[in-house]
Write a protein that binds this ligand. Structure first.
Ligand code: NDP
Length: 255
């Protein structure tokens, strides 16, 4: 196998949660460009049809399956639907996430639970349900979208629940990687820095000082810049890599 062949995802089936917009949309496009059939796992599959059409135009099979990642029964049904339609699942990207900026003393109980539910419980439900299928197959790859916020405390905005949730994602990644390595399933995390999406208002003047001027590269990232990293983690190119967190933040967390 030549080195570039190791990055091919031909014949694979990849599922990306929250793939209708933002980072998830860029990641699923990259996986499709690498040859994988793709499934968007989204809350509104009808609304995701334009993205399904774009992906189909790349020459792969694409579909949208409905599930709220905080609802384990919906996630279980989504696994069954993917297996029925595609026969197997090779890659799961746990991308769906939520963030609330609020000083710790002002965070409400509902806000805390909401962030933990999407970012930690959602990753857990999908990893367990799709992991069960992958273990039965004897092969699979899970990529959890964590964050540099697992390693640093962002400023000037405070986001204690988000930071804690992403630290949980990174360590859940290591825990599952250790447990499932002998069963043929690799589990890694991708930890982005500031990336221009609805979640991160990177152009807001109040954030420029800390988000941009403090950054080694003096810029934010674009979702498309994460694509090659997810293809690396999804493919045979990373066959001997598991339990790792790949930070893609333009060096932000060096300081
Ligand atoms: P967006 O806010 O643009 O997108 C969030 C996505 O998550 C949407 O597709 C949304 O679906 C989906 N989602 C939220 N809650 C649920 C749920 N309960 N069930 C199913 N899907 C859900 O965010 P980004 O694209 O920026 O973020 C994607 C991931 O990257 C997140 O995990 C985030 O924490 C992480 N990240 C982002 C960074 C950034 O700077 N942007 C930096 C580091 C990490 P819907 O359209 O239905 O709302």
């Amino acid at each position: 196998m030549s080195v570039l062949d190791a990055f091919s995802l031909n014949g694979q089936v990849s599922v990306v949660t929250g793939a209708n917009r933002g980072i998830g949309r860029a990641l699923i496009t990259a996986l499709a460009e690498a040859g994988s059939d793709v499934v968007l796992l989204v809350r509104d599959p009808d609304g995701a049809q334009p993205v399904v059409a774009e992906l189909t135009d790349l020459g792969v099979r694409a579909a949208a399956v409905g599930a709220d990642v905080t609802q384990p029964a919906q996630v279980e049904a989504a696994v069954a639907s993917v297996v029925e339609q595609f026969g197997h699942v090779d890659v799961l990207v746990n991308n769906a996430g939520a963030c609330i900026h609020r000083p710790a003393l002002e965070v409400t109980e509902d806000e805390w639970r909401y962030v933990m539910d999407v970012n930690v419980n959602g990753v857990w439900h999908c990893a367990q349900a799709f992991g069960r299928q992958m273990v039965a197959q004897g092969s699979g790859v899970i990529i959890n979208v964590g964050s540099m916020s697992a390693n640093i405390v962002n400023r000037p905005q405070w986001q204690p629940g988000y930071n804690a949730s992403k630290a949980a994602v990174h360590h859940l990644t290591r825990s599952l990687a250790a447990e499932w390595a002998p069963l043929g399933v690799r589990v890694n995390a991708l930890a982005p820095g500031y990336i221009k999406t609805e979640m991160s208002p990177v152009d807001a003047p109040e954030f420029r000082r800390h988000w941009i001027e403090d950054a080694p590269m003096q810029r934010y990232g674009m979702p498309v810049e994460l694509g090659p990293s997810v293809v690396y983690l999804a493919s045979k190119a990373s066959a001997f890599v598991t339990g790792e967190v790949l930070v893609v933040d333009g060096g932000y967390s060096l300081f």
